[in-house]
Write a protein that binds this ligand. Structure first.
Ligand code: AMP
Length: 188
């Protein structure tokens, strides 16, 4: 089973992906985490991504797509992946569909975590205070939110047309949201 968690920054994708990893045994593939790990290792990929990430802008599609292809080609991903933060553009979604199609598989469900803007702002401000993630500062966060609206929200009709999109109320507490996601995945 391959699942995408779709939602604005602060919608709870990372938290819910961890829950799914523990409970259903899907492998959590988070593009942002992969970039941050590359940066910690000081690789060329990390250095390249850093300037975009610090500003809150999206890393170019071809860079992200190459990194994801490499990650999901690894053996541990064979039994199913939960994508967190990827795809973020229609071009990335098309590349993912093509890539999975070559392996005779496809995305089974896209879970859209719905959270209003004020809640997103509050959550990310809290995360900034607690974890100090550079791109959670208010200025970068505004740009990330705009990037979501302009470049990522078009994925909603993209997956709707494929009949894969399920909306989940992401305003509730972690357990309640996890239950709604489990229900959305149950009939697969
Ligand atoms: P995240 O941890 O998912 O919020 O990602 C942090 C940052 O990494 C984003 O603001 C982008 O700069 C970059 N990034 C992560 N995933 C992608 C993606 N799929 N496409 C483009 N940039 C990405």
């Amino acid at each position: 089973m391959d699942v995408i968690l779709l939602g604005a920054p602060g919608a709870g994708k990372g938290t819910q992906a961890q829950v799914l990893e523990e409970h259903i045994g899907l492998v959590h593939v988070a593009s942002g985490d992969l970039f941050r790990a590359a940066l910690r290792r000081g690789t060329e990929l990390g250095m390249l991504a850093k300037s975009y990430m610090d500003r809150g802008e999206l890393v170019p599609d071809e860079v992200v797509i190459r990194m994801i292809i490499e990650r999901i080609s690894q053996n541990d991903c064979a039994s199913g992946v939960i994508f967190d933060g990827f795809p973020r553009t229609v071009a990335q979604a098309e590349a993912l569909d093509a890539m999975l199609g070559r392996h005779g598989t496809q995305i089974d469900r896209v879970i859209r975590l719905e959270v209003n803007s004020q809640k997103l702002i509050d959550r990310v401000a809290k995360r900034f205070a607690e974890e100090g993630r550079k791109d959670d500062n208010p200025e970068s966060f505004k740009i990330r939110l705009q990037a979501y609206t302009d470049q990522t929200a078009p994925l909603i009709p993209y997956y709707e047309k494929q009949g894969k999109l399920v909306g989940v109320d992401g305003m509730a507490d972690v357990d309640a949201v996890a239950k709604s996601i489990a229900t959305a995945l149950d009939n697969l």
